[in-house]
Design a protein around this ligand. Structure first.
Ligand code: HAM
Length: 405
């Protein structure tokens, strides 16, 4: 038997329904906020991710599905959606047109070669949004509102964490101060953090190791080293969130695992799904378009991990819908087939059972198919040009003229 690869899952029945419901709900809300659908390729050049997500990130360093294609190109299955959307934005030359504001949403599979566990897959799905050309912190607020609205609509509880990662003016001096602090405690840190002091010191702040976290309690805080503009924006964001009634917490150790962020960073977490508690994450990436050789353009976005919220979603109660059609003898099959065609052309859902059966068996089939109506033609109906119909919700039964349906 051939099975799916480790860390990759089939979505069917209930899961497939949940996936579709999440994507449809999030897409509807994104459109209400002025976002347009975008679809970018799943396979991209490896250097796109190296340059955006960053060589020192775990994603690029350890988790890429990277290979050489038949043409000798170094390519990679996308580990996340932002890089591809930014590439598409630059490739379409949208960065060259002044004053544009472009807002996109997308969904689909992402690939990370991680150690599979609950909430962590190798192929997983994200719903994400990216907004270009808006530098105002009000956009940061709007995206956080939109994400809350999506989770509210899906009936999911969450906690919001925010931080500011500073900009090219205030981040480098903070990084130096932090490195100085970390060098002083280096021997006590875990091996990963010791390595990160030189490769990516900011990532030390969100190390999951308890001992490291204790040592970091007295670390210098980025929120206390922000430049005037970043500080003003971060305070304004908090004020807007205060008045909106969204419950949030400033987490000075929230640094995100991708290198392209600056300014606002945020995560939504759930305490109902175990250790992998982040259900969505995002933030500003005002330098990313430039890093990928576009004209400097501010950007901000987020992505939801669809599998992580799948079991939390409150689905609306499923109602019976459509038609189940059956013949009671072989001679009635043609009439039932053409009734099926007629109903579908009218926009109705209709499923035909081809095997002639007795009424009881057809009613059972209709029930199993979740149909609202069971319509059956037998010898009598065929002769009279009628069809017998039962409404499975109201239990009402009647015989009607085929033409009048
Ligand atoms: P991220 O935090 O790497 O951000 O991923 C976003 C969400 O995807 C996570 O919060 C989590 O729910 C889900 N996720 C990540 N890895 C896995 C996995 N292995 N299995 C299941 N779910 C997973 C990004 O990807 C950024 N591109 C978000 C963004 C958009 N920032 C700006 N724009």
């Amino acid at each position: 038997m051939i099975n799916a690869l480790r860390g990759m899952k089939d979505l069917m029945f209930d899961d497939a329904e949940r996936y579709t419901y999440i994507v449809e709900t999030a897409s509807r809300i994104a459109r209400n906020y002025g976002f347009d659908f975008i679809e970018t390729p799943i396979l991209e050049e490896t250097r796109l991710f190296k340059r955006s997500v960053g060589e020192s990130s775990d994603i690029v360093g350890k988790e890429m599905y990277q290979f050489t294609d038949k043409g000798g190109n170094d390519v990679c299955l996308r580990p996340e959606g932002t890089a591809g959307v930014v590439r598409a934005y630059i490739q379409a030359k949208l960065d060259r047109q002044q004053g544009r504001k472009d807002r996109f949403f997308y969904y689909g599979p992402m690939f990370r070669y991680e150690r599979p566990q609950k909430g962590r897959l190798r192929q997983f799905h994200q719903f994400g949004v990216e907004s270009f050309g808006t530098a105002e912190v009000e956009e940061d607020f709007t995206l956080i509102m939109m994400l809350s609205e999506i989770f509210d609509a899906l009936g999911i509880g969450y906690k919001v964490k925010i931080n500011s990662l500073g900009c090219s003016a205030c981040m480098p001096p903070y990084r130096n101060t932090l490195v100085g602090f970390l060098e002083g405690i280096a021997e006590e840190l875990c091996p990963d953090c010791q390595r990160r002091i030189t490769t990516n010191p900011i990532r030390v702040l969100d190390c999951k190791n308890e001992n490291c976290q204790n040592l970091l309690e007295s670390a210098p805080k980025l929120s206390e080293s922000l430049c005037e503009k970043c500080d003003r924006d971060f305070k304004r964001l908090q004020k807007l969130l205060d008045t909106s009634g969204i419950d949030y917490e400033v987490d000075t150790h929230l640094v995100r695992g991708l290198d392209y962020y600056s300014g606002t960073a945020f995560e939504f977490v759930s305490d109902e799904i175990g250790a992998q508690s982040a259900i969505a994450g995002g933030g500003r990436y005002d330098r990313l378009v430039e890093f990928l050789e576009g004209k400097p353009t501010p950007g901000i976005g987020f992505a939801i991990g669809i599998e992580r919220i799948m079991e939390l979603v409150k689905m609306p109660e499923e109602e019976r819908s459509g038609w189940y059609l059956g013949a009671m003898d072989a001679e009635s099959l043609d009439a039932i087939l053409s009734l099926g065609q007629k109903l579908r052309r009218k926009g109705e859902k209709a499923v035909v059972e081809y095997a002639p059966k007795g009424l009881k068996a057809h009613l059972k089939g209709a029930d199993r198919a979740g149909a609202k109506y069971c319509a059956v033609i037998g010898e009598n109906e065929r002769k009279d040009g009628t069809v017998w119909v039962k409404d499975l919700a109201s239990k009402e039964e009647k015989t009607v003229l085929l033409e009048s349906l």
